[in-house]
Design a protein around this ligand. Structure first.
Ligand SMILES: NC(=O)c1ccc[n+]([C@@H]2O[C@H](COP(=O)([O-])OP(=O)(O)OC[C@H]3O[C@@H](n4cnc5c(N)ncnc54)[C@H](O)[C@@H]3O)[C@@H](O)[C@H]2O)c1
Length: 353
């Protein structure tokens, strides 16, 4: 923490409380730009810290509204140890109807808490942090899950909003090169916008826009789902007969029958088997968790091998510990560059009596 304020009532105890800073989206973007490989490594390290139990990551809390059934706000409280060592919470809204007016679906803040005093010490714009940790996780999964199967050369994106854009950026930054990029979205405007992004990003592969998901899936060896589908719309396991690697980022597109033909890897078993995700539906259908093969941490540690002769599906529920790790990375970077905007007198009542 920077700028420490002594607590007068705790004289002699060495206890002090941190200052409180607000970090804007512009500062977050500046801190993360060009650091994709560092973020992927940070995401992998955080999965390892979580995998060895040096974290607390309770279930996300979903706030829903009877009068706005497509909207939700999710609270992701967490605590992460390792070299990050921070507590906090992400509070992220998903309002899919925003997109029709040109406004991004998700908006978010992240609060970081000091693990010694509990005091919150920063509030960060967090839609970018959330997108970056999601894309970092996807790029890490694409790497680790293809090591025994050959690198994908034909990627296909189903649902091409902001998250798909960040995932493509992270795949490219991690060294993936594609001969072909397939694009499918129910909304032609979103497909066109994503194609314009691909051109501006210098994507060298041929870009094909598909009218439906089947031809895209059949022609891709890496398939990325980033839709806002609430229930499965992909039912036929035969579309996956060529054994692609699937990044199931939006979690609810695939019917459980598709997962039952695949090797299934998640970020966290307890988290992922909730909230009507495709793995949750597969558990309900089969009455067991045997269709799950392990976590990405298991794969990184060599405890689980990925066979080449069946599809592999990575379903990341999205862990609050990743938001904290990336948020602390941003906070430290902004602090080192002297750009912290501290709110003076934020913690004002500093005497107990
Ligand atoms: N697992 C995670 O950790 C994680 C993290 C962040 C976001 N997400 C998920 O990623 C998804 C995408 O987020 P976003 O911010 O890019 O949303 P967005 O609204 O910007 O884009 C979603 C796109 O999907 C399209 N779409 C919807 N249904 C479709 C369908 N059946 N077939 C094809 N296209 C379809 C929409 O037209 C839209 O263009 C959301 O579901 C979000 O919850 C997951």
């Amino acid at each position: 923490m920077t700028t420490l304020l002594p607590d007068p009532s705790a004289a002699g105890t060495g206890v002090s409380v941190p200052s409180f800073a607000v970090i804007s989206g512009g500062q977050v973007a500046d801190a993360l730009r060009g650091r994709e490989r560092e973020i992927i490594a940070l995401v992998e390290d955080t999965y390892r810290v979580h995998g060895c139990g040096d974290s607390v990551n309770p279930p996300s809390y979903f706030l829903r509204f009877p009068d706005r059934p497509t909207a939700r706000i999710i609270a992701l409280p967490a605590s992460v140890g390792g070299s990050t060592r921070v507590d906090g919470i992400k509070w992220i809204s998903s309002f899919p109807n925003n997109v029709a007016t040109g406004v991004p679906r998700a908006s978010a803040v992240l609060i970081l808490n000091d693990p010694d005093t509990g005091y919150p010490f920063a509030c960060l714009e967090s839609s970018i942090i959330s997108a970056v940790r999601t894309a970092g996780s996807a790029a890490a999964a694409a790497d680790w899950l293809s090591r025994d199967r050959g690198r994908p050369r034909r990627v296909g994106f189903i649902g091409v909003g902001l998250i798909a854009r960040y995932i493509h950026t992270y795949l490219a930054a991690s060294g993936s090169r594609f001969d072909a990029v397939g694009v499918h979205d129910l909304d032609p405007g979103s497909a066109a916008g994503f194609c314009a992004y691909l051109a501006a990003a210098g994507e060298g592969g041929r870009v094909d826009v598909h009218d439906g998901p089947e031809s895209l899936i059949r022609s891709s060896d890496l398939v990325v789902f980033a839709t806002v589908a609430g229930r499965p719309h992909i039912h036929d396991p035969a579309w996956f007969d060529h054994n692609p690697l699937v990044l199931n980022v939006s979690l609810r597109d695939l019917a459980p029958e598709v997962l039952l033909t695949a090797t299934n890897i998640v970020d966290d078993v307890e988290h992922c088997l909730k909230a009507d995700t495709s793995p949750h539906l597969a558990e309900q259908l089969t009455g067991s968790r045997e269709f799950l093969h392990g976590t990405l941490d298991d794969v990184m540690a060599g405890r689980v091998r990925i066979p080449a002769d069946r599809p592999v599906v990575f379903s990341p529920f999205g862990l609050g510990v990743l938001d904290l790790a990336v948020g602390k990375f941003v906070y430290d970077h902004v602090g080192r560059s002297g750009g912290l905007q501290v709110v003076d007198d934020f913690f004002h009542e500093m005497r107990r009596h």
